[in-house]
Design a protein around this ligand. Structure first.
Ligand SMILES: Nc1ncnc2c1ncn2[C@@H]1O[C@H](COP(=O)(O)OP(=O)(O)OP(=O)(O)O)[C@@H](O)[C@H]1O
Ligand SMILES: [Mg+2]
Length: 272
């Protein structure tokens, strides 16, 4: 699996067409359309609760849109059969928001999970693959550690090793640097870039970490309250005239985003 399997011509690898999703009467994704190109690192940024993780779950087929279509290599994932979807999922890697490692399993056993679930490979071969994947994320020799015995940054990397276990075409990262200091965050960003380049992976990264946004993206999409604000290159995002984008990237407490008033309800206390 590689960029050799990229769609031909102008067709996008993943295409969202007017996608909406409603949870409990609330439209959490609202008429969102964008294309993700083969081989790029596409970053989705936005405030907490803006719908970033929901967008990832829609793209991986974990949940279905209420309106619109999600095309993978031109094919609507809603029309795929369960077995077609299983095949597609094998080409996806997922690095979850909180690493999602099983605490009672060793690092090696955690990375082995997708290999045991989706392949019939012998344990000996799985062992070799795990060693290779752990080496790729800089964790050679940590096979027998438990998640509680390694740092948060290392746990993220174990999550990445598990995400690339099946040699995916596309890896989805949900908040890969959350909870990490800026230096370890920078190491994680570099690792995402390296993995994307070395393994020819299309990376879709959800984050609100500006260091990551500008450090790794080929293109950036900002969403706010489920709506797409802008999709652009990082350079164009930096000089965007959109006040939502400017407030977000500079972390200003006041502006059109007005989070406090609507979602937290403490503007008076802060004098905002
Ligand atoms: N399964 C669900 N049932 C009901 N509401 C949901 C569900 N999943 C998400 N939501 C709601 O959808 C909105 C978007 O949630 P989502 O998790 O996508 O945000 P996010 O941008 O990933 O936030 P964060 O940065 O905090 O992770 C929130 O209001 C959330 O409460
Ligand atoms: Mg989230």
């Amino acid at each position: 699996m590689s960029q050799k399997e990229c769609p031909k011509g102008k067709e996008a690898l993943i295409s969202l067409e007017n996608v909406s999703k409603v949870f409990q009467g609330k439209k959490v994704i609202d008429n969102v359309s964008f294309d993700i190109h083969c081989g790029e690192t596409f970053v989705i940024m936005g405030c907490s609760g803006s719908g970033k993780s929901t967008l990832l779950r829609l793209m991986t087929g974990a949940i279905r849109p209420d309106e619109g279509r999600i095309l993978l290599r031109g094919k609507d994932i809603a029309t795929m059969t369960a077995s077609e979807m299983d095949e597609v999922r094998k080409t996806f890697g997922m690095a979850f928001q909180y690493s999602a490692l099983l605490d009672s399993l060793t690092i090696e056993e955690n990375v082995a999970l997708p290999l045991k679930e989706h392949t019939k490979l012998a344990d000996e071969i799985i062992g070799i693959i795990i060693k290779m994947k752990l080496a790729l994320v800089g964790l050679r020799g940590y096979e027998s550690y438990l998640p509680s015995q390694i740092s948060g940054g290392m746990r993220k990397r174990v999550g990445f090793a598990r995400a690339i276990a099946l040699d995916p075409d596309i890896v989805f990262y949900d908040e890969p640097t959350s909870g990490l200091d800026p230096v370890v965050g920078g190491v994680i960003d570099k690792l995402i870039k390296d993995l994307s380049a070395k393994l020819m992976i299309t990376s879709i990264v959800v984050t609100h970490d500006m260091q990551s946004v500008f450090g790794i993206s080929d293109r950036v999409a900002m969403i706010h309250k489920g709506k797409l604000v802008e999709v652009n290159t990082p350079e164009e995002i930096r000089s965007s005239k959109n006040p939502f984008v400017q407030q977000f990237i500079h972390g200003e407490p006041t502006g059109p985003i007005d989070l406090f008033k609507e979602d937290i309800g403490i503007p008076e206390a802060l004098g905002l």
